[in-house]
Ligand binder design. Structure first.
Ligand code: MN
Ligand code: MN
Length: 344
């Protein structure tokens, strides 16, 4: 008797499971399925009570505000796009290949929702962002704020500095632009001015405000003179090209912590080259590589005490294939993973 052909095993391609309707818990479904809108499908903790009960290490905060932009709007949709950016496996068993660690096994992370922003109320928006970030920080977790344009960094840094006062905060600020302008069409708090206001108002010492990735044609020489007079230090893109990102970041850490013990990290996604982060209001050619930014975030968070962070200027209407939203999402994930890895 001749032997028959092999089994055509595609008929057994699925692992058999009884009761397949309840086979997967909500958190085990793909990120886009049964999606409740939170970052990484993390649990929500909107209120002070929920934050207290969660006892979280990190809380995501949305700041969907873009009325401070000088050019193309759209960053108000940033928090939604970053939260929805494709993730590998959702939450529970996420494994960082870079850091060889499980962020969610070590840390409790929640999504605190958005600051209660409405359009057209510019000053109110910055006030409620300040209040939201302050309430999150006061409850215990490190706030990681999803912008929004860069004007949201003024209320956010001030909230964190208020919370840790009298301890001093150093800032590491990634950006193509210094955002130290005096004013923008008469507005003192638009997205080109937040860093100047934070220094002028006394939230951060100029000498501990460290900028990385500056390039292009803005701001002007007089503004750089003001920055120098305030003791600010910066590392232009040309320096990263010449010395490499890791050496530059090592210097930035030392400078930011020259006095302060804690760090606030502000990432304007336009620090990355528009080829790798096209969805932003004021793109500037010749920026960092995505991998350089992610490595820099790991380097800073693993070596410093992080008290707050933001990722801003993601403007989804200009995105392609969610490139920019994914990079912003991964920037947040690198910080969370680096915080977890410190708990070894
Ligand atoms: Mn900026
Ligand atoms: Mn910028």
């Amino acid at each position: 008797m001749t032997e028959g052909p092999p089994d055509f095993r595609i008929d057994h391609s699925e692992l058999a499971h009884d009761g397949e309707f309840d086979e997967f818990a909500p958190e085990d479904l793909p990120y886009y399925s049964d999606w409740h809108g939170s970052f990484e499908k993390l649990p929500w903790a909107f209120t002070d009570e929920a934050l207290a009960e969660a006892d979280a290490d990190v809380a995501i905060v949305g700041a969907p505000f873009d009325e401070g932009v000088s050019s193309r709007p759209g960053a108000r949709f940033g928090p939604r796009a970053i939260r929805m950016a494709p993730t590998a496996w959702g939450t529970a068993d996420a494994w960082s290949i870079q850091l060889q660690d499980e962020p969610y096994a070590k840390l409790t992370v929640v999504d605190a929702g958005d600051a209660p922003i409405v359009p057209t109320r510019f000053a109110r928006a910055l006030r409620v962002i300040h209040e939201k970030v302050y309430r999150v920080a006061r409850a215990g977790p490190i706030p990681i704020v999803l912008g929004g344009d860069h004007s949201i960094t003024y209320p956010s840094v001030a909230a964190v500095a208020r919370h840790v006062w009298p301890r001093k905060v150093g800032v590491v600020h990634f950006d193509a632009h210094a955002d130290t302008g005096a004013e923008q069409w008469g507005n003192l708090y638009a997205h080109g001015e937040p860093m100047r206001r934070l220094i002028e108002e006394g939230w951060i010492e100029g000498r501990n405000f460290i900028q990385v990735g500056l390039r292009g044609y803005w701001p002007d020489r007089a503004t750089f003179d003001w920055m120098r007079a305030k003791g600010m230090r910066w590392h232009a893109m040309t320096e990263i090209e010449e010395r490499g990102s890791e050496a530059v970041i090592a210097d930035a850490i030392v400078e930011a912590l020259d006095g302060p013990e804690v760090i606030y990290l502000s990432v304007d996604i336009d620090v990355v080259d528009p080829g790798m982060a096209p969805a932003t209001g004021t793109p500037e050619s010749g920026g960092m590589l995505a991998r350089e930014l992610l490595r820099a975030v790991r380097q800073i968070v693993s070596q410093c005490e992080l008290v707050g962070m933001d990722v801003v200027e993601v403007a989804p209407p200009y995105d392609h294939a969610e490139i920019t939203a994914i990079l912003a999402h991964r920037t947040v994930m690198e910080a969370i993973s680096a915080l977890a890895a410190k708990r070894r």
